[in-house]
Design a protein around this ligand. Structure first.
Ligand code: HEC
Ligand code: HEC
Length: 212
């Protein structure tokens, strides 16, 4: 083999190698969330989610949900639901629609991973009878058992009430939750909300990073 031919073959092999590295990196970028990037683009979210006890007044007056420590996969699903209209909330629809798929994933990872919650210890208080069935997914202490089940521990009780009433009414659509909420009465919803809101460790109100 001439040395030129060897050189060309070597270059071709090197290019193939580089090409495959490029593809692998692109694949990883598509699957791995980047919480640092998420934090950088999450600044608009703090205007509501970063203010303790901040209330929304439309369509009903209740506190903006705590999203610090919420399950990442659930938050990705929630944002997709706002975008698709399965959850009716004009502001969140606009927020969710302004983000790309990878931005959503990065933001969810940012809010989820700063301080992951783990179920620990005994429940606080006694779960109302109507909440027994809920714990198989949301946990005894309100920590979602999988990434797809939202954590309820320490969530604002008025937000939990609002969510359950929305499922019951059908203005928030989810095959699982619509059926679980359908038969709940107002006083059961209130008791369930207060039980899960009292649990520790708790979701938290994320604090906006300080300006550099
Ligand atoms: C103007 C206020 C406002 C802003 C800004 C805002 N949100 Fe929200 N967000 C809300 C309210 C109110 C709700 C509850 C709506 C409902 O009842 O479905 C909510 C709900 C959510 C939920 C669902 C939480 C749950 O437990 O189901 C997620 C996730 C979320 N927001 C993420 C974000 C992200 C990410 C941003 C920034 C890109 C953002 N929000 C910006 C007000 C806001
Ligand atoms: C089979 C599993 C399962 C069971 C049992 C279950 N849930 Fe859920 N729950 C889910 C899933 C999945 C979601 C997310 C649905 C969505 O995307 O809107 C959810 C969402 C919720 C939410 C909204 C949380 C948020 O942050 O917006 C509340 C509140 C809730 N469930 C309460 C209950 C209560 C109360 C019960 C019992 C009466 C119950 N769930 C039973 C799986 C379950």
């Amino acid at each position: 083999m001439s040395s030129i031919k060897q050189l060309l073959l070597g270059m071709a092999a090197a290019l193939l190698f580089l090409g495959s590295v490029g593809i692998t990196q692109a694949d990883e970028a598509a699957s791995a969330a980047d919480p640092v990037h998420g934090g950088k683009i999450a600044y608009t979210c703090f205007g509501c989610h970063g203010i303790t006890n901040y209330r929304t007044s439309y369509p009903v007056n209740y506190r903006v949900p705590k999203i610090g420590g919420q399950r990442a996969a659930y938050m990705v699903a929630a944002l997709a639901e706002y975008r698709a209209g399965a959850r009716a909330h004009a502001t969140m629809k606009a927020q969710a629609s302004s983000l790309s798929t990878s931005d959503v994933r990065d933001i969810a990872a940012y809010f989820a991973t700063a301080k992951p919650l783990a179920s620990a210890g005994a429940p606080i208080g006694v779960a109302p009878a109507s909440a027994q069935v809920c714990t198989s997914c949301h946990g005894q202490t309100g920590i979602g058992l999988t990434e797809d089940y939202p954590t309820l521990a320490g969530q604002h009780p008025d937000y939990i009430e609002q969510a359950l009433k929305a499922y019951r009414k059908g203005s928030r659509q989810n095959a699982i939750m619509n059926s679980f909420a359908a038969t709940l009465k107002d006083d059961e919803i209130r008791a369930i909300a207060h039980y899960f809101a009292a649990q520790q460790p708790s979701l938290w109100v994320p604090q906006a990073p300080r300006a550099p």
